[in-house]
Design a protein around this ligand. Structure first.
Ligand code: CTP
Length: 398
């Protein structure tokens, strides 16, 4: 069982951290609470100390045994830090790297997993300053448990409610369970969608945002892997500690994938690769006046995944199958076998709110030994489940 450091910052939702603490305790974890000054205006430290049976950290200079070093001792003694609720102010201080209160100082000294569950008014959540701070923290590997939508404390309705304490506790446990399961492994992830040039300004492309591949890469990094991402036209923020190789077209992706594949232990091919490309890209911009009608001559691209899977030595190979409609699952099963994959991740792109560009996905993980159909969940959670399945197939002791 783990030692969890629960950071509570200011906001109406601070009372919900009591629930979170009790859920974590009931699952067998030790919980120590650290509160900011403004959190104490919403819930008293004595509530947390009575229920946790431990002193509550409120003052950077308050530790009696080692005055001034309490933050370092707390960081050392805990396996994971979760800040819930994380206010806009605490998020900004974490992003800026300030160490001016106990919670912020512990965060700076904390070199193990950090999760944050933001809660604030919608307008504060959507403010570009908060968005930039969130991107900074995500870029450093801080895991975000996104706020939900609904009625807020001040009567507004919108995004900003603290995630349900059970959801936060589940994320904490998933993180504790997954930590280190890919330590020392080299993971190659392809993400995004390729664009095949028609002329210097136009292309044949697809709607893939790269979110799913990005989530897999971040989750693999959190599990201790050495991660390389082959990025095909992805405009999402990049994470320090992950290596990125640009691969805008199918041909460039194929070249880069062939170069990287022999050195990896696990390939997760999440990119939407164009199946066809213009046989010849025009050197100059096509003049619509001169053309009248335009017929594109498209030639098939190579199947990169099938090519790599055929060339593997020890690698575990995972593909995706974005299928349309009810018969898609059967097509995905066939694709796994035809392409020689260990796992294929199926999702139905005809369902609203999941897949291309969306934050959520609803996947079935298909392997030789069985299938796992998962309920709709965020792409980060999907990534964890995909890596659980893939990690179980890696040769041990390699
Ligand atoms: N893929 C690939 N190279 C291609 C096309 C697809 O490596 N030229 C990979 C994708 O990254 C994905 C998987 O193969 O992981 C499935 O892609 P999909 O396009 O659904 O499969 P296709 O082989 O194109 O099958 P279909 O015959 O249904 O078009």
């Amino acid at each position: 069982m783990a030692e969890v450091l629960l950071g509570v910052s200011g906001g109406i939702a601070a009372y919900k951290s009591i629930d979170l603490m009790r859920i974590l305790q009931s699952r067998g974890h030790g919980v120590t609470v650290v509160m900011t000054a403004s959190a104490q205006r919403f819930v008293g430290p004595s509530t947390f100390s009575a229920l946790s049976g431990r002193p509550v950290g409120v003052d950077l200079f308050g530790a009696e045994e080692r005055p001034g070093y309490g933050h370092l001792d707390l960081a050392r003694a805990h396996d994971l830090m979760v800040v819930a609720p994380a206010s806009a102010n605490t998020i900004a201080r974490m992003a800026a790297g300030l160490g001016d209160g106990l919670l912020n100082a512990v965060h700076l000294a904390f070199d193990k997993p950090v999760l944050i569950a933001p809660a604030m008014n919608t307008r504060m959540w959507l403010h570009p300053a908060t968005a930039a701070n969130m991107a900074t923290l995500a870029g450093r590997g801080v895991q975000v448990i996104p706020p939900t939508s609904g009625l807020l404390a001040d009567g507004d309705t919108g995004v900003g409610r603290l995630a349900d304490p059970v959801v936060v506790a589940d994320a904490v446990e998933a993180r504790l369970a997954g930590a280190g399961t890919l330590a020392g492994r080299r993971v190659l992830v392809s993400a995004g969608g390729t664009r095949e040039p028609i002329d210097p300004v136009r292309y044949v492309g697809n709607r893939s945002s790269g979110r799913m591949g990005w989530a897999v890469a971040a989750a693999a990094r959190r599990r201790g892997a050495d991660v390389t991402v082959l990025a095909s036209n992805v405009e999402l923020p990049r994470e320090a500690g992950i290596r990125y190789v640009e691969a805008p077209t199918a041909a460039e992706l194929h070249r880069a994938a062939r170069a990287e594949f022999p050195g990896c232990d696990l390939l997760v091919m999440a990119a939407a690769v164009a199946d066809f490309r213009p046989a010849e890209a025009r050197a100059g911009k096509i003049d619509k006046g001169a053309e009248g009608r335009l017929a594109l001559d498209l030639e098939p691209t190579d199947d990169i995944l099938a090519d790599l899977a055929a060339a593997r030595s020890h690698q575990v190979v995972v593909g995706f199958a974005a299928e349309h409609g009810a018969a898609g699952l059967e097509r995905a099963r066939g694709k796994r076998i035809r392409k020689g994959l260990d796992l294929i991740v199926h999702n139905d792109v005809s369902i609203d709110g999941i897949g291309f560009g969306a934050a959520d996905n609803e996947i079935t993980i298909i392997g030789a030994d069985g299938e796992e159909s998962l309920a709709r969940m965020g792409k980060d959670a999907c990534a964890e489940r995909i890596l659980d399945a893939a990690a179980a197939l890696l040769p041990q002791g390699a």
